[in-house]
Write a protein that binds this ligand. Structure first.
Ligand code: MV4
Length: 454
């Protein structure tokens, strides 16, 4: 097992990885920017190294600074958390070149999944269901029209180097296609340094459902079921749950089996998330794969009792899956996560500043992942997630009641948070009925704006 790990991240996820290190008897090294000197990830680590000024590009994204800290501290491995350097194949290569184990899949696999069109073709070849669309990159508007007529309008053009909602265009007719296509190409080339585009049939009201997988470095793979992530606004997830009310045990088994085979074939290792869109017919279609631990991993941990971060570390240290897991994966109960963001609940503007009061809820079935504390400061330089409130209940109804009372017992003063927004979502009849898709928040906020005006 590793002796010492550096955590190339901040906030709640840095603390989450420190927890896993402590439980595994591994020393944890924190890195921090000048804005994070008084952060809990610094306090709870065994060692901490300042890596630069507040701006992420000067500190957490500065590969030479992170690697220097790792060399000074003499660590065996680096855990990148999510965001920042977590899906940077070059960083994973630099780690390897320096004799430091990157806790994640191989650089080649990270790179392939980062090229969304390549990932799509690899999944198609392996038998993972995908949406009707182009085979490979589309070079010209003329070629795009040919594909669109084959697929049928509306279509969506996506940047291969994009992902997570960046560099997409919905096209509804052949007339508007050339302009839209060329604009998307130019935009992608400017934004990502790569203008490659591909096309899919556009699903008007998809549900966003993702599958968690774990793979060791010996070809053993396991699927840990799905997370429902449709409650989002502007591609920022607000709430996730597991299981999804629309995924049947048969679908879970079928997709899980396909993914286990596919991940083995592509030589995937460590934790990964495979994103699907569910279409109007209830069919799951692959869209993208994320090669990192995700924010919402805790909902899967709550229903499976598998510690995903410990699993990541053990896999990177060379353990085999049967030794990482405690037996077959069993799903028990229902988990929901609310992302508590430091932002105005209606305007969604970031709310940095000093927290004056901070009371974290507890009790049966409640988990809070946070690096915030009373009198602590939310700096303006980073993303606005200050806590994840995760609950588990015996069923969805109990999880919703538990979340409702936990939100009421979560007190944050001094800054604005998304707590009131989540309280309103918990009361919404469509949410309670499990009747929603990725357009839910548009309807929800639109309706409540209307109500507020009258
Ligand atoms: C789509 C789609 C409809 N049809 N692809 C947005 C994020 C990126 N990961 C993929 N996205 C979408 N791709 C087809 N063929 C609709 C979206 C989409 C979306 C997807 C998941 C969660 C929220 C979303 C919000 C708007 C659009």
């Amino acid at each position: 097992m590793f002796n010492k790990i550096l955590i190339a991240n901040r906030g709640e996820i840095a603390l989450r990885v420190i927890c896993a290190c402590k439980e595994l008897g591994i020393k944890a090294v924190a890195v921090y920017s000048e804005a994070d000197r008084n952060s809990l990830h610094v306090r709870f680590a065994d060692e901490a190294v300042c890596i630069g000024p507040p701006r992420p590009s000067d500190s957490y994204l500065n590969i030479p600074a992170v690697i220097s800290a790792a060399e000074i501290a003499n660590v065996d491995a680096i855990h990148p958390g999510y965001g920042l350097l977590s899906e940077n194949a070059n960083f994973a290569e630099v780690c390897a070149a320096c004799g430091i184990k990157f806790i994640g899949p191989r650089p080649e696999v990270i790179r392939m999944m980062g090229e969304k069109e390549k990932a799509r073709m690899a999944m198609k070849k392996a038998g993972v269901p995908i949406l009707p669309g182009s085979d490979g990159v589309i070079a010209t508007a003329e070629e795009a029209i040919k594909w669109a007529q084959e697929v049928g309008f509306p279509v969506i053009v996506k940047a291969s180097a994009g992902g997570g909602g960046r560099g997409m265009r919905v096209i509804r007719s052949a007339e508007e296609l050339p302009n839209m296509f060329n604009a998307a190409q130019t935009e992608a080339a400017n934004a990502f340094g790569n203008g490659d585009l591909y096309m899919e049939k556009f699903i008007e009201r998809p549900r966003h459902i993702e599958f968690q997988v774990l793979a060791d470095e010996f070809g053993n793979v396991v699927s840990l079921g799905e997370r429902e992530c449709s409650i989002q606004r502007r591609h920022q997830k607000l709430l996730e749950e597991s299981p999804s009310v629309v995924v049947t045990p048969e679908m879970r088994k079928e997709i899980g089996g396909i993914l286990e085979k596919t991940m083995r074939e592509i030589g995937y290792s460590n934790a990964g998330t495979v994103e699907f869109l569910m279409d109007e017919d209830g069919k799951l279609n692959f869209i993208e794969m994320n090669t990192r631990i995700q924010v919402e991993h805790a909902v899967t941990e709550m229903v499976t009792d598998v510690d995903l971060v410990k699993s990541q570390i053990m896999i990177a240290a060379g353990y085999k899956l049967p030794d990482v897991l405690h037996g077959p994966i069993v799903h028990r109960g229902h988990a929901i996560e609310c992302r508590i963001n430091a932002e105005h609940p209606e305007k969604f503007t970031p709310s940095a500043g000093k927290i004056t009061t901070y009371h974290i809820p507890g009790g049966t079935g409640v988990r809070v992942d946070t690096a915030q504390y009373a009198e602590g400061v939310v700096p303006p330089y980073y993303d606005s997630l200050i806590a994840k409130l995760v609950v588990r209940g015996k069923d969805r109804e109990e999880a919703i009641s538990r979340m409702t009372r936990a939100l009421e017992m979560f007190i944050v003063e001094g800054i604005f948070t998304s707590i009131p927004l989540h309280q309103r979502i918990m009361r919404d009849p469509d949410f309670r009925a499990g009747n929603f898709d990725t357009k839910f928040m548009e309807r929800f906020l639109g309706e409540s704006n209307l109500k507020n005006k009258h």
